[in-house]
Every structure is written in structure tokens, then in C-alpha cells.
Ligand binder design. Structure first.
Ligand code: UDP
Length: 328
């Protein structure tokens, strides 16, 4: 048996960190990426297959060449605002791409599947802490496309014995503490990297999206988790499947919610710089509050998100930001 793991989206932010963690733990991450949003510079820890997930023949060839023992599926579009404006892009890529991948994996006999899902599948639920049994009521095509793939995995579990660990991420932040890889989006829309761009003058200011939410200070509350902790949970999820423990859903967050204004004040403490900002209107598709109940991951996977203080995440993101990021 090989130690190969097929990693879709391995050139992206979370996928590249997963590749590093896999390689550090004796696996060979085989990146499958079409570079729609990924970076060639981020593929450092194993072979690359440049392919689109809608290209079944290319996927079949990748499974035949590398005979992976499992799939980690990160490749997806993930911007809430864009999903509201262009739902077709999300349904085509996230849902049809996943269907093609799942069918190729099953045809190759590769039945252990780790899937990157999202708290956006829960939608907006009035500030309650969300656990894995909370109802899923996504209110944008990003959340609905991910929920559809979750359902697809369950259906193929029943029909073909596919075993899946589904991780519902809350807000992933921070970067590799060694500075080898990091978070780089084109264009950047995520709160912490946008804040850092405002600090170093790459953009004039941060616009706070809405101050009239029903939260303690009117700005959106999110649960931030360090990417290093997040990918560590994926290794545990992979071992869970390889130990024959079967399909399971886990939230990945810390259970601590921070408002946009609170993240801003932590950024000042973590970087020593004030974040130039102004207040703007709400961003379409945003939930007021998304906070995880993560007991299941802690108890069943033995997960310990020890890097996930806001200060540490911002400091690691700042270290990466100062490198200038990827060039290609
Ligand atoms: N946000 C903001 N200004 C920005 C980027 C983000 O106010 O320039 C807010 C955003 O509206 C949300 C929170 O920060 O309430 C986290 O957004 P992000 O895009 O980082 O992650 P998401 O929650 O959409 O996955």
C-alpha cells in the first residue's frame, strides 16, 4: 500500500498547509489543482497533478498513477459575497466537481474521504453556539453547495461504502509558523489579511462590513481557528478513517467568538500598528454570528487547537504578510 493521499486544492491556503502536515507525518500529498485560485509556489511537499475536478479522465489517471489511500478534498470556491452574486459558479465547481471526484475515487477503490465543509452550511441562527446536530439552513450558494456535497457523501456511503470525515470549518486564519507557506488570495477579501494590507498601506483602509448586526457591538462575530490546528484535525480525521471508525461530521472552531471590532483591537496589540478603517454597509450573505460547539472534535479526535489564540493567528499571518507572499 502507498502512503499517498490525493489532496485537491493542495495549491491553496488550507490545502497547502495540509500537504505540509501530511508530509511531516510520513504521507505523500499528491496535489490536484487547476490553479484557479492556487499558487505554484505553494506546492512544495509532493507531486502535482494539474487538473480540473470536472475532468474525469484526468482524475482517473491521477488515481491510477498514484493509487492514493485516501482523498482530502479542499478545492472549492469559498467567497460568501461572490456566491450570492454568482451561484452557478458555486454549484458547478463545488458540487459537480465534487461529484466527479467522488465517482472517480469510488471507481478507483479509494473509499476514505476527508471533506472540507463549512459553518456556512448552518446559516444564521441568532447567535446560538452551533454543534454538529444544529439544523443546516445555508443562506448563500457557498453554504448550500457544501451542504449538497455533504449529502452526496452520505448517499455514496450508503450505496458504495464510501467513508467520509466531514469537517465544518469556522473562520480559518494564521499561516505556517515557519513562513514557508501562507494565506494569499487574489483578490484578498478575508478579514485578517485585509487588515494587514491596510496596516502596511497596500490598501487605504479596512472597511468594516456592517455595524448594525444583533451582536454585542453591532459587528459580525466569528470563531477563528489557526490553520495549523485545522490541518492537524485533518490528520486525526484521516487516522480515524484508517482505523475503521466510519463516517462522522466534526465542527472545527474554538468556541470563542470575536467581533470584527475585537479582531481589529487584537491586530493592534499583535502587530503594534493601528488598523486604518471606516464603517461601511453590510456585506450580502453574511451571518451575524457563527460560533462553534467543538466538543466532539476535542473529545472524539483528541483535537487540541493550541495555536488558535487570536494574537497568535494574527502574529503568524503578519509574519507571512511581511514576506510579500507568493509570486506565482
Ligand atoms: N469583514 C469586514 N471587512 C473586510 C473583510 C471582512 O468587515 O474587509 C468581515 C466580514 O463581513 C465578516 C468577517 O469580517 O463579518 C469575517 O469575514 P471573512 O471574509 O474573513 O470570512 P467569512 O466569515 O466570510 O468566511
Amino acid at each position: 500500500m502507498t502512503r499517498n493521499v490525493l489532496v485537491t486544492g493542495g495549491a491553496g491556503y488550507i490545502g497547502s498547509h495540509a500537504c505540509k502536515a501530511l508530509a511531516a507525518n510520513g504521507y505523500v500529498p499528491v496535489t490536484v489543482d487547476n490553479f484557479a485560485t492556487g499558487w505554484r509556489d505553494a506546492v512544495k511537499y509532493g507531486p502535482l497533478v494539474e487538473a480540473d475536478l470536472l475532468d474525469r479522465a484526468a482524475l482517473d489517471a491521477a488515481f491510477a498513477t498514484y493509487r492514493p489511500i485516501a482523498v482530502m478534498h479542499f478545492a472549492a470556491f469559498s467567497l460568501v459575497g461572490e456566491a450570492r452574486q454568482n451561484p452557478g459558479k458555486y454549484w458547478r465547481n463545488n458540487v459537480l466537481g465534487s461529484l466527479t471526484l467522488i465517482e472517480a475515487a469510488i471507481a478507483a477503490g479509494c473509499l476514505d474521504f476527508v471533506f472540507s465543509s463549512t459553518c456556512a452550511t448552518y446559516g444564521d441562527q441568532d447567535g446560538v453556539v452551533l454543534n454538529e446536530e444544529s439544523p443546516q439552513r445555508p443562506h448563500n450558494a457557498y453554504g448550500s453547495s457544501k451542504r449538497a456535497v455533504e449529502e452526496m457523501l452520505r448517499d455514496f456511503g450508503a450505496s458504495d461504502g464510501l467513508r467520509s470525515v466531514i469537517f465544518r470549518y469556522f473562520n480559518v486564519a494564521g499561516s505556517d509558523p515557519d513562513g514557508e507557506i501562507g494565506e494569499n488570495h487574489r483578490p484578498e477579501t478575508h478579514l485578517i489579511p485585509v487588515m494587514l494590507e491596510a496596516i502596511d498601506g497596500k490598501r487605504p483602509e479596512l472597511v468594516i462590513n456592517g455595524t448594525d448586526y444583533p451582536t454585542h457591538d453591532g459587528t459580525c462575530v466569528r470563531d477563528y481557528v489557526h490553520v495549523v490546528d485545522l490541518v492537524e484535525a485533518h490528520l486525526r480525521g484521516l487516522e480515524w478513517l484508517r482505523d475503521g471508525k466510519g463516517s462522522r461530521v466534526f465542527n472545527l472552531g474554538t468556541g470563542a467568538g470575536f467581533s470584527v471590532k475585537e479582531v481589529l483591537s487584537h491586530a493592534r496589540a499583535a502587530t503594534g500598528h493601528k488598523v486604518p478603517h471606516r464603517f461601511g454597509p453590510r456585506r450580502s450573505g453574511d451571518a451575524a454570528s457563527l460560533v462553534s460547539g467543538s466538543q466532539r472534535a476535542l473529545q472524539e479526535l483528541g483535537w487540541d487547537p493550541k495555536h488558535s489564540s487570536l494574537k497568535r493567528m494574527i502574529q503568524d499571518a503578519w509574519t507571512w504578510h511581511k514576506t510579500g507572499g507568493y509570486s506565482s
